[in-house]
Design a binder for this molecule. Structure first.
Ligand code: HEC
Length: 196
């Protein structure tokens, strides 16, 4: 059996037939630049697209994760201050044996919030409790629960926090357990103390 189409003599193109070697070099560089430019553009593109949906996912998780409760002023006194949403809680939590802790400012303000934190540092704090200065967050911040977040959900939270309008609000603490503090404090009283 014959397959005439396979038996056609191939047209060989001589290397360099159309281009001088300098021409080929320039051609190659052009190709390289175009490829790099295209890769670059598509990376930038997918980053913007990804962050659009990641911001939405992060917002959803932050609302679901009750972050606003401890990190927004007014929450425990009846009305969240929406203009300072996630700009730092105004109530302290007394953790027996550890101290009094106030929910810090989670907005990207550079001086008083997370403005200088990398996305990775935020993810690490939320999921492992380890701060950039290596201090471990007290467990009133429920990082032990948040440790179960997937990497991409934890990142979406960090991306959303970084997208918030920065709120300039310096939160105090951590305070010593018996220190006088300028904010209301929630604490669990032992039964002997409450029955007095
Ligand atoms: C029950 C209260 C509470 C809830 C709910 C809570 N946090 Fe916190 N968070 C705190 C407190 C209090 C601290 C500070 C603890 C300390 O200093 O040891 C803290 C610390 C942090 C820090 C470290 C910030 C810094 O400047 O040191 C981050 C980041 C953080 N929380 C993010 C979140 C996110 C995101 C959520 C929701 C998914 C959340 N928190 C929910 C109370 C809470």
């Amino acid at each position: 059996m014959q397959y005439p189409q396979l038996l056609q003599p191939m047209r060989l193109v001589q290397p360099g037939a159309g281009f001088s070697s300098a021409g080929r070099g320039i051609g190659f560089l052009l190709l390289l630049f175009t490829t790099v430019w295209c890769l670059d553009a598509s990376a930038a593109n997918s980053e913007t697209q990804a962050s659009g949906s990641q911001v939405a996912r992060g917002k959803y998780l932050v609302e679901f994760g009750s972050c606003r409760d401890c990190h927004t002023p007014g929450h425990f006194t009846g009305k969240d201050d929406e203009s300072r949403k996630l700009g730092g809680g105004d109530v302290g939590f007394l953790v027996p044996g550890l101290g009094i802790f106030q929910g810090p400012n989670l907005t990207p303000d550079k001086e008083t919030g997370l403005g200088n934190w990398t996305r990775e540092q935020i993810v690490t704090a939320i999921t492992t409790g380890v701060l950039p200065d290596r201090r471990i967050l007290s467990t009133i911040m429920p990082w032990q629960n948040f440790a179960a977040l997937t990497k991409s959900d934890a990142e979406a939270i960090a991306i959303y926090l970084k997208s918030l309008p920065p709120v300039h609000n310096k939160v105090g603490g951590p305070y010593g357990e018996s220190e006088k503090v300028p904010i209301p404090v929630m604490k669990i009283e032992a039964p002997a103390a409450t029955s007095k």
